[in-house]
Design a protein around this ligand. Structure first.
Ligand code: CTP
Length: 407
């Protein structure tokens, strides 16, 4: 039985019939030695009482954002910061919607917004509410934000309907908590990883540019995975609309030239991963003023080739031990990737099969082939987060072969 002694969990209880199950969850956490602080939403107070949970947890139970005594004893910021993990159980559709949209109108939602810790969410609601596109959208948003889900499971609901929406059982939530709190192997501690991500933006004039549709999702997921393995992680990113992953040093850039300069300045590094969709061309001479319509037809733009950042770094004197490139291919995926590997002088090419899965660009899943000098590995379709985790674990193994990374 893994001990949780010294660990502190902030349990946020939403207002649903499943709230009665948190008594058992609190008891299980206490048996493992964890400190459990609890926040009840106003609706949760209709299902469970602060008194019963305070008796079980041995701690004061918090309810109101505007309670003078609560704020004096432990304010909402401190409550969420003092915890090692936040657990939302039961997470009602309403609480999930608030989290997904960053609302903070009570103590529970404020603590969730103020935290810099990991969050586990155990949804519980009627099957139709769970399946509603709004809830599905909110859940997707939370997963993108790095929130972990426990459940919901299938079964008969309090309302008499069947289907997904039942809160995970307390022992399942406990297993997820133990998993999230157990110390992770950090094989990349003391190592530096540089990652490029997103598109570049090449100006035509002060108001126009050439760019592409890269979302940056895969690169950002890799940055998160690198941080998890303990690496000093530098993310050189073109313009994207993604949150900055915690623990990552973000270097925002616009053009390919800027991206190259920043990457060169970040060398030496142990690993460099080039996921950016760098614009192949820039306008040779950016117009200093907005190009006006002259009435004599459209202007001609003279293009110049951008530097190949991957090839430049991989052939530089300060080449990282491991250099990884990405390739988007629609046909002859591995053949082209093998050629690219040689042409760019990198150790691995992660080839995206963009033909089979039209949702790769901007989507959350990816089908990849890992191409090295020794062969090709076909990975099954998986989420961009799973690709990132698996890839970083593989790179850590290549860099530090004597250490076994955690599966
Ligand atoms: N890359 C780079 N700098 C560039 C162009 C590409 O660093 N100026 C990197 C990308 O980040 C990626 C890989 O090189 O890791 C992709 O190579 P690229 O030649 O652009 O391949 P594709 O985009 O797949 O296009 P093509 O097949 O037309 O060569």
């Amino acid at each position: 039985m893994t001990s949780l002694a010294g660990k502190s969990v902030l349990l946020i209880v939403g207002g649903g019939i499943a709230a009665y199950k948190v008594h058992e969850l609190v008891r299980l956490l206490k048996t493992r030695g964890a400190t459990v602080r609890i926040i009840l939403t106003r609706a949760a107070e209709q299902f469970v009482t602060p008194l019963s949970l305070a008796s079980l947890s041995g701690e004061k139970v918090y309810t109101s954002l505007f309670s003078l005594t609560d704020e004096v004893e432990m304010g909402h910021i401190q409550l969420s910061r003092a915890a090692d993990l936040l657990v939302v159980a039961p997470a009602t559709a309403d609480l999930i919607a608030k989290m997904a949209n960053g609302l903070a109108d009570d103590l529970a939602s404020t603590a969730l917004l103020a935290t810099d810790k990991r969050i586990l969410v155990a949804p519980a609601m009627n099957v139709r509410m769970w399946r509603h596109p709004a809830t599905m959208r909110n859940i997707e948003t939370l997963q993108r934000d790095g929130v972990t889900l426990a459940g919901p499971s299938d079964g008969e609901m309090a309302c008499g309907e069947f289907g997904p929406g039942r809160m995970a059982e307390p022992n399942e939530i406990l297993t997820a908590i133990v998993d999230m709190l157990k110390p992770k192997a950090q094989p990349l501690a003391g190592r530096k990883v540089v990652i490029t991500a997103g598109p570049t933006r090449e100006p035509i004039d002060p108001v126009r540019f050439i760019s592409n549709h890269s979302s940056g999702k895969q690169g950002y997921a890799i940055a998160r995975a690198a941080v998890e393995l303990g690496a000093e992680t530098v993310l050189v990113s073109g313009p994207v609309s993604l949150p900055i992953p915690p623990g990552v040093q973000l270097m925002p850039v616009e053009t390919a030239q800027e991206m190259l300069e920043i990457c060169e300045g970040e060398m030496p590094a142990d690993i460099a991963i080039f996921t950016a969709a760098v614009a192949d061309w820039r306008v040779a001479a950016e117009a200093p003023e907005k190009i006006k319509k002259t009435g004599s037809g459209p202007p001609s733009l003279m293009l110049a080739e951008n530097p190949d950042i991957l090839a430049t770094i991989s052939r530089s004197a300060k080449r990282p031990r491991i250099v990884v490139g990405f390739a988007a291919e629609t046909e002859h995926v591995t053949e082209h990737a093998v050629q690219k590997l040689k042409r760019k002088g990198c150790d691995l090419i992660v080839a995206n099969d963009v033909s089979r899965d039209a949702g790769v660009f901007g989507g959350d899943r990816n089908t990849i082939h890992l191409v090295s000098a020794t062969g090709v590995e076909d990975w099954p379709q998986m989420s961009k987060d799973d690709v990132a985790q698996k890839l970083m674990e593989r790179l850590a193994q290549m860099l530090v072969p004597q250490q076994k990374t955690e599966e």
